[in-house]
Design a protein around this ligand. Structure first.
Ligand SMILES: *Cc1c(COP(=O)(O)O)cnc(C)c1O
Length: 433
């Protein structure tokens, strides 16, 4: 990190930092975190007064930019009436309204919404639903989830087991993780045949096929097409298992549509949402099930109930924020903004293709990713972006941007140009291939 020498860090940094255990961070060697004191629009305001253009939208959440007054107002009003009540035995209008609206956004009969408080938990709930739906029908053999190389579905023990086996933490955690079935996405006929052969052997053990549709995010911004999803739908139907779309990253506007299921016409049995659900203000997630999944739990037998209930499930503040976020999707041209960002990303990143050290450039919706041959010094790359006034958080071999869909034209231009120029510079420094 570069910091002007005249700047004295605020007291809270020195007093608290030693006690903060940071995410994905070798605490001993990593550069210190940047202290943020305010957010506005697509900007982060640092303690020393600098402003960074945010290319990450706070882990893909802040789709309407920061501090949107409509969301702030909705949360404030909810705070005054009822910040929280437990959801066991009680219910409330913000949750009921949000569930109805989410069901209306989803295609087909994806009508039954289970709320939780993080994406990982939403995925675990989806996995649990799929396994228990089979159990409730008397099929005790379907206990496995089939997931894909390149995938990312969360950091909890159950979700680590369905992440990419190499990029994920399978090797490190070894036998501590459940053994799931990991395959290649059926991107072409050859891989489709391999998946079919796998399912011919293992299909009777599979409760659900789990996929991030169209873009695998944290696993490397890997992209596939709707035909791949159609193959998964057909395979799930042939082998009697469910299909789960983890839309936590790609749903709610990021790809220029409210849901990939709706945009592609490939309708899964369960969808998970989180990240942009509250427009980047509160923790909230949803697992949305189709009628036939719900019906597997609908019974006179109490043991057929879904036995799950996070303490802060359907938190009214978070539901109010999510309802306000959906208002904004209805009132403002968010999806058109995502498509305009896509155009600008394609134009701005295209010149990188084929440059030294650049392996690939990928754009889909408001996601632009540059894959380098390798990144030798991640901290140096991060610092180079900060020096350009940009907040971009590369990982693995990838530098990417996923800006707020409301980002101002000037800031977007700076972001795309900065991603391109810094990537080109770092790529060139890797030397000839
Ligand atoms: C971020 C993410 C998750 C995990 O969400 P958390 O809220 O971090 O637990 C799961 N699936 C996908 C596709 C994600 O991008």
């Amino acid at each position: 990190m570069t910091r002007s020498s005249a700047f004295a860090p605020p007291d809270w940094i020195g007093e608290g930092l030693a006690h903060l255990w940071r995410p994905y961070c070798q605490m001993k060697t990593a550069a210190p975190p940047l202290p943020v004191v305010a957010t506005r629009g697509s900007r982060l305001v640092l303690a020393d007064g600098r402003e960074l253009v945010d290319g990450v939208a706070s882990w893909w959440t802040a789709c309407h930019g920061y501090n949107h007054p409509h969301i702030a107002q909705a949360v404030r009003a909810q705070l005054d009436t009822m910040p929280h009540v437990m959801f066991g035995g009680l219910t409330h209008e913000p949750a009921a309204r949000l569930a109805r609206r989410l069901a209306a956004l989803m295609p087909g009969d994806l009508d039954h919404v289970f709320f939780s408080d993080s994406g990982s938990v939403a995925v675990e709930v989806a996995m649990k639903m799929a396994i228990q739906a089979a159990l409730n029908r008397g099929d005790r053999g379907r206990t496995k989830i089939l997931a894909f190389r390149g995938g990312y579905h969360g950091d909890t023990l159950a979700t680590m087991a369905v992440c990419d086996p190499d990029e994920g933490m399978h090797a490190m955690f070894g036998a501590a993780l459940a053994r799931q079935i990991i395959a290649d996405l059926p991107r072409d006929e050859e891989r489709a045949a391999a998946l079919e052969a796998l399912l011919a052997r293992e299909g009777h053990r599979v409760a659900a096929i789990l996929v991030e549709p169209l873009v695998q995010g944290a696993g490397g911004m890997l992209m596939h097409d709707a035909a791949t999803l159609a193959r998964l739908r057909a395979a799930a139907d042939r082998h009697g298992c469910l299909l789960i779309f983890d839309e936590i990253f790609v749903g709610l506007g990021r790809l220029g549509a409210m849901s990939v299921a709706e945009a592609t016409g490939v309708v899964p049995d369960i969808v998970t949402l989180s990240k942009a659900l509250t427009g980047g203000t509160m923790a909230l997630a949803a697992t949305i099930a189709a009628r036939r999944v719900f019906e597997a739990f609908w019974s006179d037998d109490p043991s057929h109930a879904l036995m799950h209930g996070p303490t802060y499930m359907a938190n009214p503040l978070a539901c109010a924020a999510a309802n306000a976020s959906l208002d904004l999707f209805e009132r403002e041209p968010r999806l058109a903004q995502a498509r305009a960002i896509e155009t600008q990303l394609r134009e701005g990143l295209a010149p990188l293709a084929g440059r030294p050290g650049i392996r690939d450039v990928r754009v889909r919706g408001a996601i632009g990713a540059v894959e380098l041959e390798r990144i030798d010094d991640l901290d140096a790359l991060k610092a180079a972006f900060v020096a350009e006034g940009l907040w971009i958080r590369p990982f693995g071999r990838i530098a990417y941007v996923t800006p707020a869909l409301t980002i101002e034209a000037d800031d977007l231009a700076r972001l795309v140009a900065g991603l391109a120029s810094v990537s080109a510079r770092f790529g060139a420094a890797l030397g000839p291939p």
